[in-house]
Design a protein around this ligand. Structure first.
Ligand code: HEC
Length: 187
């Protein structure tokens, strides 16, 4: 038997006392890259723990799931083309994803005449129970889409598209509840 070829170089690492099945171990110092990975992950875990568990800033898995479900639901509601049925418009009015886009559309295009609080100005009040053109969601959708040109309400269908008309209708509906015949009435 010749001496093993890859016998370790002479070094200072001490040999540990125990012997397992005739095998002895060097007491080697852990390499720096390994130690820094360990320290780094400890530091990271403290930040992670603080962000997600303590501060409440990071979304939890459930919150992420819920917001994804809202988006999926919004996509399902919007899947139909053209004018949605009354019941779908009511559902849209309870979907956060629709409401936030409806709110944006309202703030950009409608505030000037209907006011920030929807109580009207040049245009009429949209949160009372008086509807000049009917209080069914589909009737609102028609007025918004076609407008009432002789009275100064522009037709929005061609300007913002059907999907945005649906979203802004849903936004107005979110200030109402469904009356016995499906008409919007103030909450
Ligand atoms: C230039 C002013 C103006 C703007 C901008 C405007 N409206 Fe109007 N809107 C009116 C007027 C005026 C009426 C009342 C029409 C009538 O007397 O028949 C009206 C009526 C309506 C009605 C019918 C209310 C009812 O009682 O039946 C709805 C719904 C409505 N607007 C929604 C919107 C939405 C949504 C937007 C933005 C996308 C918008 N309007 C932008 C002036 C405006």
């Amino acid at each position: 038997m010749t001496a093993p070829q890859n016998k370790p170089d002479l070094h200072e690492d001490p040999i540990r006392e125990h012997t397992y099945d005739g095998i002895q171990e060097y007491d080697k110092r852990l390499p720096n890259w390994w130690l820094w990975t360990l320290y780094g992950s400890i530091i990271f875990s403290i930040g992670y723990w603080f962000y997600y568990e303590q501060s409440g800033a990071g979304p939890t898995g459930i919150e992420k799931l819920e917001s994804r479900m809202v988006e999926l639901e919004a996509a399902r509601l919007a899947a139909g083309v053209g004018k949605p049925e009354d019941s779908i418009l009511w559902e849209m009015s309870r979907n956060e994803a629709f409401l936030s886009s409806g709110r944006r559309i309202y703030e950009t295009n409608c505030v000037a005449c209907h006011g920030t609080d929807l109580r009207g100005g040049v245009g009429n009040n949209l949160i009372d129970d008086t509807w000049l053109h009917g209080g069914l969601p589909s009737q609102m959708w028609d007025v918004i889409s076609d407008g009432v040109l002789e009275k100064g309400m522009p037709g929005w269908g061609t300007l913002i598209g059907e999907r945005s008309v649906s979203a802004v209708t849903a936004y107005i509906l979110s200030y109402h509840e469904e009356g016995p015949e499906g008409q919007a009435r103030p909450r």
